[in-house]
Design a protein around this ligand. Structure first.
Ligand SMILES: Cc1ncc(COP(=O)(O)O)c(C=O)c1O
Length: 355
């Protein structure tokens, strides 16, 4: 197993926190009456939905861009993403004065593209899906000898995301367990490394959609698996894990447990965030029969049931839990044929899942 150095990671995360402080928000840690009532304990939500650009991704993007600028002020970078990472990198590059090209697939949603263009992104289209666009971005970076900014498999990106863990421990020192949504693992690896370095008794739980649980299944198998993903409402946490990713050994060694969340439970979570925490979600009308992944509001993983289940096995976990919402509204798809996430739609999804 690859050895990890927790003290070094802690130092990097602390340095990242100082570096990005002028550019990112310290997001609130909000007490959730609704979730606390459903569970025997106090549940808090770290509102990364209130972060600049609507997700935690700006933490890693600013950390990476600031380090790059200090090493090579004129460097041009590439990245590939049509979602939160792209928007975060665009803002970070513009703010710190770097230039960069974002690779998108040919058939990316025009609304997503427009949001990036509005922020001033330089875009290049390649291929028919995200993997082809990323391959092209990496290839270009290699040919031109310039950096490619991975959304998760990058030390500065991961340690930038780890600043969320530092804020949680500072704002809720007696937290018992932290639940984190996981895709490629940059967010949880940063948070878990910090927590295990500073207060190892705090449990860290990775949450993935059952439809796309590559990291959880890879950790279980002891190696990174190449698994297909099904469409999921939580599209930010969908997708595979790159071979050799630095996030994998950290997930293996610092994450205490994993929960897989079904689509109807994710739908419950979206509805709950609207009803209890006054969040608004937009969604394409054609759902749920087709194209769920195109515009999904599920940027959080919710878990009252899982919290209970997890507790059954580990009654010593204590009362303070912290869930991480990682963004709420999807700014992309707001023009066109949309409607507000509604009770009616919520019911439709639940029924659909039951069939
Ligand atoms: C909103 C949101 N949440 C969670 C994730 C997962 O983050 P990571 O890939 O670092 O695990 C992403 C990744 O794009 C995201 O956009």
């Amino acid at each position: 197993m690859v050895e990890i150095n927790l003290m070094d990671l802690q130092a990097r995360i602390e340095a990242a926190a100082d570096r990005i402080a002028p550019y990112v928000r310290r997001t609130p840690l909000e007490f959730s009456h609704g979730l606390s009532e459903k569970n025997e304990g106090n549940v808090f939500i770290k509102m990364e939905s209130e972060q600049r650009t609507g997700s935690f991704k700006v933490r890693g993007a600013f950390n990476k861009c600031l380090v790059l600028r200090s090493e090579q002020p004129d460097v041009h970078v590439t990245t590939a993403s049509s979602g939160n990472h792209a928007l975060a990198c665009t803002l970070a590059m513009k703010t710190v004065g770097l230039t960069g090209t974002i690779y998108l697939s040919e058939n990316v949603s025009k609304t997503k593209e427009l949001a990036l263009v509005r922020e001033g992104a330089i875009l290049r289209h390649h291929g028919t899906d995200a993997v082809e666009a990323e391959t092209k971005a990496r290839q270009t970076a290699q040919e031109e000898g310039i950096p490619f900014i991975s959304p998760y498999n990058d030390m500065e990106v991961m340690t930038g995301q780890g600043t969320v863990g530092k804020e949680i421990l500072e704002d809720l020192p007696d937290v018992d367990a932290v639940f984190v949504p996981v895709g490629g693992g940059g967010l949880i690896a940063g948070i878990a490394a910090y927590i295990k370095a500073v207060k190892p008794t705090v449990k860290v739980v990775g949450c993935q959609p059952a439809h796309s649980a590559v990291m959880a299944k890879s950790v279980e198998a002891g190696r990174i698996l190449d698994l297909p993903s099904l469409d999921t409402l939580s599209d930010g946490t969908a997708g595979g894990v790159e071979e050799g990713s630095i996030t994998f050994p950290i997930c293996q060694q610092c994450v205490d447990d994993w929960v897989l969340v079904e689509e109807d439970v994710i739908s419950d979570a979206i509805y709950f965030m609207m009803a209890d925490h006054h969040k608004t979600c937009f969604l394409e009308h054609k759902l749920p029969e087709c194209d769920r992944s195109a515009a999904t509001p599920a940027r959080l993983v919710w878990l009252p049931e899982q919290l209970k289940i997890t507790d059954c096995g580990r009654s010593s976990w204590g009362g303070h839990r912290c869930l991480l919402t990682d963004s709420t509204e999807v700014p992309w798809e707001v023009s066109g044929n949309h409607f507000l996430w509604s009770k009616h739609f919520h019911r439709e999804i639940k029924e659909n899942n039951r069939m």
